[in-house]
Design a protein around this ligand. Structure first.
Ligand SMILES: [Fe+2]
Length: 132
């Protein structure tokens, strides 16, 4: 199993992973809420200013900005970089939901992974049912 798509850029994925929730603090300050929509609004300018101060190139900053802008809401066409970040978040959330459902005695019905690796990891970990 290929865990990292050859079309993905690890530098972008790692930077997005580090910065994707950076808007939470500003969202909580402005809206008293860390709802996904607020994170997506407040995070990109903060991330961009950090990356600009660190002299990252404009196209790199633009991609990170775009990923953070909708990191909870995949769009019709996504880059492999976005898909990997999204699946990592979904794996975390699936594990948390599975634990909560397990405590209630129910089965999780979470799916929607964007990468084959994400789906495989979720199946292997028993977080979702395997596909036939
Ligand atoms: Fe988030």
């Amino acid at each position: 199993m290929l865990l990292f798509d050859k079309n993905a850029d690890p530098t972008v994925v790692v930077a997005a992973a580090v910065l994707h929730d950076i808007g939470i603090k500003e969202a909580e300050r402005k809206y008293n809420s860390s709802a996904a929509e607020h994170q997506e609004t407040e995070g990109p300018p903060v991330a961009a200013s950090i990356l600009k101060a660190l002299d990252y190139p404009d196209d790199f900053i633009a991609e990170i900005y775009d990923i953070i802008r909708h990191h909870h809401h995949p769009e019709k066409s996504e880059t492999e970089n976005f898909k990997i970040l999204y699946d990592a978040g979904l794996l975390t959330n699936t594990a948390e939901k599975r634990l909560a459902l397990f405590r209630e005695g129910a089965e999780p019905e979470v799916d929607g992974y964007l990468t084959e690796a994400g789906s495989t990891i979720a199946c292997d970990a028993g977080l979702i049912k395997g596909r036939d």
